[in-house]
Design a protein around this ligand. Structure first.
Ligand SMILES: [Zn+2]
Length: 447
């Protein structure tokens, strides 16, 4: 029954498209990727791109799940007759005069940042681009009024999110999920986007990493960050005792010297890190800036290893576990590769003890988010991680976390209850205990 229905729809689609955009018979169906919606994206001449949607059933109204920034009205244009793109109270909506199974748009890649969301296309200095697949996600609604009634709030939407495939076609090399792709890259997910890099830049390759470091990044920074990034991954592999399994992708784009100081936008999606940096201060060597990037990458790469088995983490209550451990492990990594010294680390922990004491003076760590004290998860969590490492006689934080991940896999979640040092008493005694834990650990650097 279902098959007959979809065949009937196919014929309808053929006639609809043939009548307005020429012989565009859909050749690849969403079902081939286990999806209900397929968006095929391809670059055309003079910076114009094309996206062709094919649905598994006809629709008359859809909206873009990511509509922040209101940029499509200026950069997108429907080419299928009877299709309009309108802004409806916070959502970019696609409305069709008759039910349709395939629609097509032309667009210019939007490379500005958008508020509270991923940059749709991250530009690289040499013309390369990283495309965020989530920008193409369309969700079905019944009609125009139903979309308007959402008032731009995705949480009001009651529909079932379709499995969504984005298929990117390009003559240039692409990087998707840490692998080099030729001609085609396909990302399939339900509400989960990623970046696909398209361009000719030489790649930074490691056992657990494929990186694209902007060729235009100021020399003083590129010549340090690029090799260090590879070493940070290698050190993690050694300290954790195994690699990532699936290679990570790191995209580091330089967006010019405009703007005072330095500005960064970082994104982490599954096994991908994307960083966009700009600003006047990047022109010349600054020790502080170098330290910032080292910390950023060391901390984020630890997260990739924390997440490598896909064990979900109870993010709301466990932020102090993951963020704190990522800070503490980042220190181990930076010490391991010889780019930080004990004096600097002691300074950091001196500050952490002071800051954490202040946060805990305001209330329990577990409620820090309610007090908007997100930094408490980093500082106090870091100290708890160091205390944990200090009381493990023949162990270290990495093997402790490996055990925690194994336990989390059984429980299907990592939560503070899996970690004894997360109890209330421990949190209350934290500052003085943490200080002694750190000084004890200092005496035995082998930990
Ligand atoms: Zn983090």
């Amino acid at each position: 029954m279902r098959k007959r229905l979809s065949q009937a729809i196919l014929v309808l689609a053929f006639f609809t498209l043939a009548s307005c955009t020429g012989p565009l018979r859909p050749d690849v169906q969403p079902e081939e990727f286990g999806a209900q919606v397929l968006a095929t994206v391809s670059a055309r001449s003079e910076g114009r791109w094309r996206v062709k949607y094919i649905f598994d059933r006809p629709h008359t109204a859809l909206f873009f799940s990511r509509s922040s920034g209101d940029y499509r009205r200026l950069t997108w244009k429907p080419v299928t007759r009877g299709v309009s793109l309108v802004r409806l109270d916070g959502f970019d909506a696609v409305l069709m005069k008759t039910p349709m199974i395939a629609i097509e748009f032309l667009f210019t890649p939007y490379t500005q940042t958008v508020p509270k969301d991923y940059t749709p296309f991250i530009p690289f200095s040499d013309g390369g681009l990283a495309l965020y697949t989530g920008q193409f996600e369309l969700l079905p609604e019944t009609d125009r009024a139903a979309i308007a009634a959402l008032h731009g709030d995705i949480d009001r939407w009651q529909g079932e999110q379709p499995m969504f495939a984005v298929r990117v076609l390009s003559d240039q090399p692409m990087v998707h999920n840490g692998e080099l792709r030729k001609r085609e890259a396909v990302h399939v997910s339900r509400g989960d986007g990623t970046y696909i890099y398209i361009g000719e830049a030489s790649l930074l390759q490691g056992a657990d990493l494929t990186g694209v470091i902007d060729p235009g990044l100021p020399g003083w920074l590129k010549e340090r960050v690029e090799p260090e990034l590879a070493v940070i991954f290698d050190a993690n592999r050694a300290l954790w005792g195994e690699g990532l399994g699936l290679k990570a992708t790191v995209l580091f784009a330089f967006r010019g010297f405009e703007g005072e100081g330095m500005s960064n936008k970082g994104s982490a999606v599954n096994s991908l890190l994307a960083l966009e940096s700009s600003g006047e201060n990047l022109r010349t060597f600054h020790a502080d800036i170098l330290i910032f990037f080292r910390w950023f990458f060391a901390h984020e790469v630890v997260h990739l290893f924390q997440n490598r088995h896909g064990v979900s983490i109870d993010a709301r209550s466990a932020a102090w576990m993951t963020e704190g451990a990522a800070n503490a492990m980042a220190i181990s990594v930076l010490r391991e590769i010889g780019v930080t010294d004990d004096e600097f680390i002691l300074d950091q922990y001196g500050d952490a003890v002071d800051d954490c004491s202040e946060y805990l003076g305001d209330g329990a760590l577990i409620n820090a988010a309610r007090r908007s004290q997100f930094d408490a998860f980093y500082t106090c969590g870091d100290l708890i991680a160091q205390m944990t490492a200090a009381v493990l006689p023949n162990d270290n934080l990495f093997s402790f976390w490996n055990a925690l991940l194994a336990r989390g896999a059984e429980a299907e979640e990592i939560a503070p209850k899996l970690m004894r040092s997360g109890d209330v008493e421990c949190q209350q005694r934290l500052p003085s205990t943490a200080a002694s834990a750190w000084s004890e650990q200092k005496k035995s650097p082998s930990r």
